[in-house]
Design a protein around this ligand. Structure first.
Ligand SMILES: Cc1cc2nc3c(=O)[nH]c(=O)nc-3n(C[C@H](O)[C@H](O)[C@H](O)COP(=O)(O)OP(=O)(O)OC[C@H]3O[C@@H](n4cnc5c(N)ncnc54)[C@H](O)[C@@H]3O)c2cc1C
Ligand code: SF4
Length: 488
């Protein structure tokens, strides 16, 4: 423990955000970096608890107190070694993780938690800035080959771990460029794509081969995959849930991911495929239906496109600002979360049910809603009670549907490879991440449903261990929370 009295001396502090007027004028990242002094005083708040519950809150089991202590002492190479021992890509989680670890930090019982996520980002950026992050190709090759299908965080983590174990890894990706939702879903204002490209360059120089624009199941089938000693499906789960209401066929109603992907393609200079019409919020009244990460990313993108108004509907009640009594520490609490996109403007409405889309000349013009009460039942989903006299029509030139994801679009690939889907539509595996076909594994959102980047990395790492055992009968790759191969 660096400074026994740190948590009493220093209040929690986050890095500055760029002013709203400045940041909605571009698509660049919102947060400015911490100063070195801020990172060290924030790390000094960590109490190095006997039972480090923050580590249990992190799906990777990150060694949080160890790197906090090293940061406080200024031993940055040690901090980096402890950070990267359990996490392949702290530059992604340090920007994008909702930090469940901070909810389980012991300080959070009665005072603000340690700023774990921002310290994580500072360590890895400190290391990149000094040229410490270099490719680590394996010393020996095993002579075995693995096909990883999908280049989101699951596929990238799995590929890096298998490559470290000496296997020759080829990543197949159907999109034009690698990265999965890190590239085409998550907006640049949350993570600059240069951060992704910097990591992909390292992975390539470590010996991982990327083949993009190749769709497995169509361009590449079971015969080609049979040439590899194992295959890992890291296909994601991006089939959007729809709202099949009256008027759904009207123009101007789109899935959130279609809208977000377009802005990412424009920002990167990739442009839109021929014949695809641009969806723009500029000068429009926009309704965003759904309140998760995807909805919030739509709101931020609409502000940057200078929408006239943005209203966000959520079906559930407004959560309390503080941790509710029935969700005591260290449970992950359902409390109000306000993202930087919410702070930038727009209106958030809870307890509201969308009933119909109303239009003219085939274009949406209004959305009809009613206020509701959700009545909790002892068993089964809550019952919806419409509140009489609360019907309302909202002006809408653009409606974005962001109500979650139904699962992966894998029926075709599962059929061609002879795999089972479970009742949720995700690919079924056993406890070793293996599908019903020996040598074909599955990990990440394709196995557990749409989740978080930190879980995707954890899934990729765990699946790599199982593949290594399948190929060699043993493994040196680490389990969750255990240290990685030593840094060479
Ligand atoms: C808009 C949005 C915002 C989000 N924001 C956050 C956030 O802030 N923080 C957070 O933690 N999580 C966030 N998430 C969730 C997170 O992005 C995902 O949980 C994570 O990316 C899952 O990783 P994955 O590798 O399993 O899948 P993906 O990232 O979806 O990658 C799957 C890849 O497989 C490829 N693929 C699929 N089928 C084939 C095929 N047949 N052949 C070849 N390639 C194929 C796809 O093209 C894709 O590149 C967000 C999700 C969305 C949609
Ligand atoms: S990856 Fe997420 S949960 Fe884990 S330590 Fe970092 S911020 Fe916390």
């Amino acid at each position: 423990m660096g400074k026994p009295t740190g948590f009493k001396e220093y209040p929690r502090k986050l890095p500055e955000k760029r002013p709203v007027e400045e940041r909605i004028g571009d698509h660049q990242e919102i947060y400015r970096p911490f100063s070195e002094e801020d990172a060290r005083t924030q790390a000094a708040r960590c109490m190095d608890c006997g039972v480090a519950t923050c580590m249990a809150g992190c799906p990777l089991g990150n060694l949080i107190p160890e790197w906090n202590d090293a940061v406080y002492r200024g031993t940055w190479k040690e901090a980096l070694q402890r950070l990267t021992a359990t996490n392949n890509f702290p530059e992604f989680t340090g920007r994008l993780c909702p930090a469940p670890c901070e909810e389980t930090c012991v300080l959070a019982i009665n005072t603000p938690a340690v700023t774990i996520e921002q310290i994580e980002k500072h360590i890895i950026e400190y290391a990149f800035a000094r040229g410490w992050i270099q490719p680590r190709p394996p010393r020996r090759r095993s002579g075995r080959s693995v096909a990883v299908i999908g280049s989101g965080p699951t596929g990238l983590a799995c590929a890096q771990q298998l490559n470290r174990a000496g296997h020759q890894v080829t990543v197949f990706e159907r999109d034009r460029r690698a990265g999965g939702l890190l590239r085409y879903g998550i907006p640049d204002f949350k993570m600059d794509k240069a951060v992704l490209d910097r990591r992909l360059s390292i992975l390539r120089r470590e010996g991982i081969v990327f083949k993009t624009g190749v769709e497995v199941g169509t361009a590449l089938g079971p015969e080609e995959l049979a040439a590899f000693d194992a295959t890992v499906l890291c296909l994601g789960a991006t089939v959007p849930r729809d709202l099949p209401l009256p008027g759904r066929q009207l123009g101007g109603i789109h899935f959130a991911m279609t809208f977000l992907t377009q802005q990412n393609r424009i920002n990167s200079g990739e442009g839109l495929p021929a014949g695809v019409q641009r969806i723009l919020a500029t000068g429009k009244d926009v309704i965003v239906i759904g309140g998760g990460d995807t909805g919030s990313d739509c709101i931020g993108t609409c502000h940057r496109q200078q929408a006239r108004s943005v209203v966000n509907f959520q079906y559930s009640p407004r959560p309390p600002e503080e941790r509710p009594d029935d969700q005591p520490w260290p449970y992950y609490p359902m409390r109000l979360r306000t993202s930087p996109s919410h702070e930038e403007g727009g209106e958030r409405r809870w307890d509201i049910l969308t009933q119909a889309f109303i239009g003219h000349n085939d274009r949406v013009q209004k959305v009809r809603t009613v206020d509701i009460d959700l009545i909790a039942l002892a068993d089964g989903p809550p019952q919806i009670r419409e509140i009489p006299g609360t019907r309302r029509e909202w002006p809408a030139d653009l409606v974005l549907i962001a109500i979650g994801y139904g699962g992966p679009d894998h029926a075709a690939i599962a059929g061609r490879l002879g795999l089972d889907l479970d009742p949720q539509g995700v690919i079924a595996t056993d406890a070793r991440y293996m599908t019903r076909k020996a040598g074909i594994f599955c990990a990440g959102d394709a196995r557990i449903g749409q989740s978080l980047i930190v879980r995707a990395i954890a899934e990729g790492r765990q699946a790599a261990r199982e593949v290594d055992i399948f190929l060699t009968g043993t493994t040196d790759l680490p389990q969750k929370g255990c240290c990685d191969l030593p840094v060479s």
